[in-house]
Design a protein around this ligand. Structure first.
Ligand SMILES: *[C@@H]1O[C@H](CO)[C@@H](O)[C@H](O)[C@H]1NC(C)=O
Ligand SMILES: *[C@@H]1O[C@H](CO)[C@@H](O)[C@H](O)[C@H]1NC(C)=O
Ligand SMILES: *[C@@H]1O[C@H](CO)[C@@H](O)[C@H](O)[C@H]1NC(C)=O
Ligand SMILES: *[C@@H]1O[C@H](CO)[C@@H](O)[C@H](O)[C@H]1NC(C)=O
Ligand SMILES: *[C@@H]1O[C@H](CO)[C@@H](O)[C@H](O)[C@H]1NC(C)=O
Ligand SMILES: *[C@@H]1O[C@H](CO)[C@@H](O)[C@H](O)[C@H]1NC(C)=O
Ligand SMILES: *[C@@H]1O[C@H](CO)[C@@H](O)[C@H](O)[C@H]1NC(C)=O
Length: 446
């Protein structure tokens, strides 16, 4: 009797599962003809409606496409454009760093455009997605923004689709919008810019082509070697600025904004290179899961940093001459020197207004803003050393299984952090001691 009942339930469950699978299928196929018909009527292009989804065809803006290049996108050989990628990772101060380019009147700046790829392809693993990320970069450097349509889910892409558009100096300035003047230095007022009329993305393309320097800031290239083909490619001629920051401070900042970073941490952790990827994602203790993802991803990021440093150390001059390494700590402690270095590398000239801006941003009050991803004036020194007060022994010991985090713990284990005696006595972090931060096997106190 009991058996029969169980069987009944089993059949019921199977039937229900089948139904669940069937429903989306039916919905999918029932909707398609309707959608086609609608498209056909509204856009009056009843022929081959599926071709509408072909980006390249729709992108033909009346310009004859012959040979490999349209007239408008031809590179102006008399003045080659400078293409720069700010190679950073989460919570390294890269928003502020990028802002130094966003403010420069000769720069067309894009903040994390590759965010769209990760969103659209979640939970695709970060490492494999690097191919798509690089592809998008190479299109954007040519001011070909049609690539954004691939991830927009719509053909009607406007400036408001661009990630971070409300802070973008070009989108919020004349001629696209009149709330700012492009040559005036100062943060964009987001609430004002959000009222700007949304422009067709092609108008942004046209603006892009006017600029001698294009800068893209991103965190989704995990591995510098991925970019080498773009450095080699004479039409892109990429220059790379890599931004580093004390890994302990990065870790602290990541834990502070862990909820916002958890999805991306999972994508980093799913990277194919990691044999342990499934183990890392299966954390038995639910309460620790978020922390564990965010810390685990940091471990991988540290790995990648070390790889990048080794790659550059062993690179031929054609690569090293197109590569600049910067530390967040230097930037906030000596903003003027670093700013000049940065602009010189980027073939840009500095100006008193830009220097004043950099000074202002690093000499504010407090070390952090309320909103974790907002750019604002900070107290630089506090920002640098905040981790020493905030990274609690508990937070660290949660993840002691990872070697680099063990390194962080080396002084704190068994004791409480003491501000006065400064047990964390590695005050001055530099790249030479990075493996101390990442993989500290060194003796405490060095
Ligand atoms: C491209 O078009 C121009 C005229 O618009 C023509 O002179 C030229 O020969 C064409 N090039 C090729 C490769 O078809
Ligand atoms: C190319 O650059 C020169 C000099 O800056 C400029 O005069 C010319 O108009 C530019 N040509 C195009 C097609 O943008
Ligand atoms: C750098 O800028 C100058 C003008 O300021 C320009 O003549 C030169 O071609 C630029 N260099 C590169 C590599 O674009
Ligand atoms: C931004 O502009 C609004 C008016 O649109 C103003 O109320 C606000 O104070 C401005 N914010 C800043 C930071 O200047
Ligand atoms: C596309 O965007 C424009 C604004 O640029 C808007 O006027 C138009 O209605 C949009 N079309 C659709 C189908 O959403
Ligand atoms: C899970 O984590 C919580 C909070 O950190 C801790 O109190 C609890 O003992 C942990 N449980 C297990 C099974 O590790
Ligand atoms: C930075 O700029 C803001 C707004 O212009 C101003 O209120 C503030 O006093 C400046 N801070 C410093 C340290 O210059």
């Amino acid at each position: 009797m009991k058996r029969r009942l169980q069987k009944k339930y089993l059949i019921l469950i199977l039937a229900y599962s089948g139904l669940l699978l069937l429903v989306p299928y039916v919905l999918d196929y029932r909707d398609k003809p309707v959608e086609r018909a609608r498209h056909g009527f509204t856009q009056q292009q009843p022929r081959c409606p599926d071709l509408e989804r072909t980006v390249a065809l729709l992108w033909d803006n009346g310009e004859k496409v012959n040979g490999s290049r349209t007239a408008a996108s031809a590179v102006n050989q008399s003045q080659p454009r400078v293409h720069i990628y700010v190679h950073a990772t989460w919570r390294t101060g890269s928003s502020f760093f990028g802002e130094l380019f966003n403010q420069h009147p000769d720069v067309f700046y894009l903040y994390e455009p590759m965010w769209h790829i990760w969103q659209a392809l979640y939970p695709g693993d970060g490492e494999s997605l690097q191919g798509a990320v690089r592809d998008m970069m190479s299109a954007l450097y040519r001011c070909d923004f049609s690539v954004l349509k691939l991830y927009a889910g719509s053909q009607n892409v406007t400036t408001s689709f661009v990630f971070g558009w409300k802070m973008n100096k070009v989108i919020c300035s004349e001629p696209l919008c009149n709330v700012h003047k492009r040559h005036e230095i100062g943060l964009v007022n987001e609430s004002k810019c959000s009222k700007c009329q949304k422009r067709d993305i092609r108008e942004l393309e046209r603006e892009c082509k006017k600029y001698p320097v294009i800068v893209i800031k991103g965190v989704r290239i995990l591995d510098l070697s991925t970019l080498v083909p773009l450095v080699k490619d004479p039409t892109v001629n990429l220059k790379i600025i890599q931004l580093f920051r004390d890994p302990r401070a990065v870790h602290n900042s990541r834990l502070k904004s862990k909820q916002a970073l958890v999805k991306e941490s999972i994508q980093v952790l799913r990277s194919k290179k990691q044999d342990e990827k499934y183990k890392r994602l299966l954390v038995p203790n639910k309460t620790n899961r978020v922390d564990s993802y965010v810390s685990g991803a940091m471990e991988l990021i540290c790995d990648n940093w070390l790889n990048d440093l080794m790659l550059i150390k062993n690179s031929p001059p054609w690569l090293t001459s197109n590569y600049l390494r910067m530390r967040y700590e230097d930037l906030v402690l000596q903003p003027l020197e670093e700013l000049r270095k940065l602009y010189h590398f980027s073939n840009l000239s500095s100006s008193p207004a830009l220097e004043a801006f950099a000074l202002n941003m690093t000499h504010g009050r407090g070390y952090s803003s309320e909103k974790p991803f907002q750019i604002s004036s900070r107290d630089a020194k506090e920002a640098i050393y905040a981790w020493r007060e905030r990274l609690s022994v508990d937070q660290i010991s949660q993840a002691t299984r990872s070697p680099w985090l063990r390194g962080l713990v080396f002084r704190a284990e068994g004791t409480r952090w003491n501000k006065k005696t400064s047990n964390w006595n590695v005050v001055h972090w530099d790249l030479a001691t990075m493996d101390l931060g990442c993989f500290a096997s060194a003796e405490p106190g060095q």
